[in-house]
Design a protein around this ligand. Sequence first.
Ligand code: NDP
Length: 319
Amino acid sequence: MNKNQDKPEVRNITIIGSGPAGLTAAIYAARANLSPLLIEGDESGGQLMTTTEVENYPGFAKGIMGPELMLTMREQALRFGTEIISKHVTQVDFSKQPLQVKVDNQLYLSQSVIISTGASAKYLGLSAEKKFLGRGVSACATCDGAFFKNANVAVVGGGDTAMEEAHFLTRFAKKVWLIHRRDQFKASKIMADRVLGNPKIEVIWNSAVLDIVGNQVVESLRLTNVQTKVEQDLPVEGVFIAIGHKPNTDLFKGQLEMNEVGYLITKAKSTATSIPGVFAAGDVQDPIYRQAITAAGTGCMAALDAEKWLERQEPNGPK
Ligand code: NDP
């Protein structure tokens, strides 16, 4: 422990982000006696705070509400001594050890950092999207598709995610409308062909969603054909927005290696980033699986990787 009062103490592990990845990393790091600091952001819990029931997280045979799952994980992290700060990180400097993490004017020094800032689903920007989130609007068919048995639903988008979501939804829905703003898909041919060959899916080309209409829950979409400007109402019980995700990595630009759309790059079979001592877990480094359970899994990996890294720095063991 650094006794110098002028300088902040150098911590073992600082975790940025409080979705399943960050909280799992905190549980593991705290149980390993590493006294982690978790900077959770203004709102704790990540994307699961905006979902309703989670039916596919192992251990909950009857399902669990997303917010309840996250609050339980948070409690578990606190139980083993995680220190939690409910603010946003405003700046980082990973150019030297100890690593620097700033929250406004407050500086935190740490030997290792686990980044679990997640990714945000992109939305169309309609005010009705917020109103009906969890009441017919979703950005995750794997999470919410099963709530739409025998329903008419729509998917918006023309990329691989939209193809995958539309195809997946045909397991439950009576009919899936796929709404795309152009007259050809951006998706790979194989995935597009699968959708075009599925009798339960009908594509509405050259169309944009003007509004989502309903009382308590989604009842219909107001669409416009972008070429003819003709408008129509499409009765649906659910609409899945599948127009891409944005990893929350603006803070780390220029410091950590990322792919062309901003996902952090980690070394194979590891959570190590391009800077020693900095690890990444969850959706921030995963454009493919994006599940709570895979995020939690990589959060566990990051804590174990950080623990081993700390041991290598201090042969007598971490503080
Ligand atoms: P993409 O960026 O590839 O596609 C986004 C789609 O949404 C595009 O068709 C785009 O239209 C449309 N779109 C974007 N903004 C709007 C808007 N405001 N209004 C209406 N439509 C909009 O994102 P994905 O999430 O589909 O894919 C991301 C990456 O993940 C890709 O590399 C993809 O290949 C990969 N992926 C792979 C999978 C697999 O292999 N199993 C599964 C899922 C994703 P437009 O075409 O006009 O630009």
